[in-house]
Ligand binder design. Structure first.
Ligand SMILES: NC(=O)c1ccc[n+]([C@@H]2O[C@H](COP(=O)([O-])OP(=O)(O)OC[C@H]3O[C@@H](n4cnc5c(N)ncnc54)[C@H](OP(=O)(O)O)[C@@H]3O)[C@@H](O)[C@H]2O)c1
Length: 325
């Protein structure tokens, strides 16, 4: 099969279009003919091994100490089930599915074997493969952290880095939960944020939300580029601060904030789960959330897609199409 392979950590050009062996499903796995995958910020971080210090060693052990142990990147996909192992019961040959590949990666390929049960579900009927491929990472991470924040209808939620893969789903999920949403990102992305439901938008290049005097029930910091202490100062008394990408000092100070005040700080890795993916599928089919696709590249141009994502221009998601002539 054709795949994008990287044998060393580095810039986008380490990604090579190659012929590799087609995988065979184990008893508990489905073999998926991949139709679409995505390039996320996380893929670029693993490719270049730009991992926060806190996660550096565990990530190096998982992804490879001196060179990539998992030479095919890609954390989410949509495609068709082509074969199933004998113990697979929840999907069958011919099903159109979407899934996260988790730390196993491997979506930049024509085929991928995935166990059922982790986060593999029938794709929403009202989404193309390209649209569905954007849901499993951004959607599941946004859902995980918004649930951790125990968001209540009527609360004020600020999402910092709101136009990215996670942020665009977080905005829509927070709106669905009945909150008033402020989205923070760069100027050219603010129109899209309004389109997907943000009540207020802030251009971070012009205005620092931590200096406005406004306070929020929840600050979901996806970008992790703002001052932690000033962000915590923009929380209401019982406010919750969520970070997908905490630095070490932020973790320590967050713990201190949680111990010494009524504010709560939540970080860590998001959980996956087929149940959560099905929950998102139902919201999508009910028209409550949708995907935002900036542009698509064919599999062989994945290195170009990585270069584009690293420019920081993408609105929502960048998709890789596989096997679509
Ligand atoms: N904890 C977990 O389980 C977990 C899971 C998945 C991903 N992550 C991590 O979460 C992070 C975000 O992922 P993503 O896929 O959503 O990234 P993304 O698609 O690149 O989105 C990040 C957004 O933040 C914006 N931004 C950059 N600097 C900003 C600033 N100072 N203030 C406000 N917004 C700013 C970017 O816009 P501009 O480029 O225009 O500045 C971009 O729109 C990544 O580091 C990823 O590794 C964590």
């Amino acid at each position: 099969m054709k795949a994008i392979v990287f044998t060393k950590y580095g810039p986008p050009d380490v990604l090579q279009f190659q012929e590799v062996e087609k995988p065979t499903p184990k008893n508990n796995e489905a073999l998926i003919r991949v139709r679409a995958a995505t390039v996320t910020a996380g893929d670029c971080e693993i490719r270049g091994f730009r991992i926060p210090i806190l996660f550096w060693l565990p990530a190096r052990i998982i992804f490879g100490l001196t060179k990539p142990r998992r030479p095919i990147l890609g954390q989410e996909l949509a495609g068709d089930v082509e074969a199933v192992g004998k113990d697979v019961t929840q999907v069958k040959v011919g099903d159109q599915v979407f899934a996260t590949t988790g730390a196993g990666l491997g979506a930049y390929a024509e085929y991928k074997c995935l166990p059922e049960g982790r986060a593999l579900a029938i794709k929403p009927i009202n989404m193309t493969y390209e649209e569905a491929a954007t849901v499993p990472t951004g959607g599941l991470v946004a859902l995980h952290f918004l649930r951790k924040a125990n968001i209540q209808s009527g609360e004020k939620v600020l999402i910092n880095g709101a136009s990215g893969s996670i942020g665009a789903y977080a905005v829509q999920l927070a709106k669905h939960l009945g909150t008033e949403v402020t989205g923070v990102d760069s100027a050219e992305k603010l129109g899209m944020l309004r389109e997907i439901g943000a009540d207020q938008v802030i251009d971070y290049t012009q205005e620092d939300f931590t200096k406005s005097g406004e306070t929020y029930d929840v600050i979901f910091d996806v970008a992790a580029k703002s001052s932690y202490s000033r962000s915590a100062g923009s929380l209401k008394r019982d406010g919750r601060y969520i970070s997908t990408t905490p630095g070490l000092s932020q973790m320590v100070r967050g713990l201190w904030t949680s111990m010494t005040s009524r504010k709560k700080v939540t970080t860590g890795l998001a959980s996956e789960g087929t149940k959560n993916l099905v929950f998102l599928k139902e919201l999508i089919e009910a028209g409550k959330i949708r995907s935002v696709i900036d542009r698509s590249y064919p599999l062989e141009q994945t290195a170009e897609a990585h270069k584009y994502v690293e420019k920081g221009l993408k609105k929502g998601n960048v998709v890789i199409t596989v096997g679509n002539d």
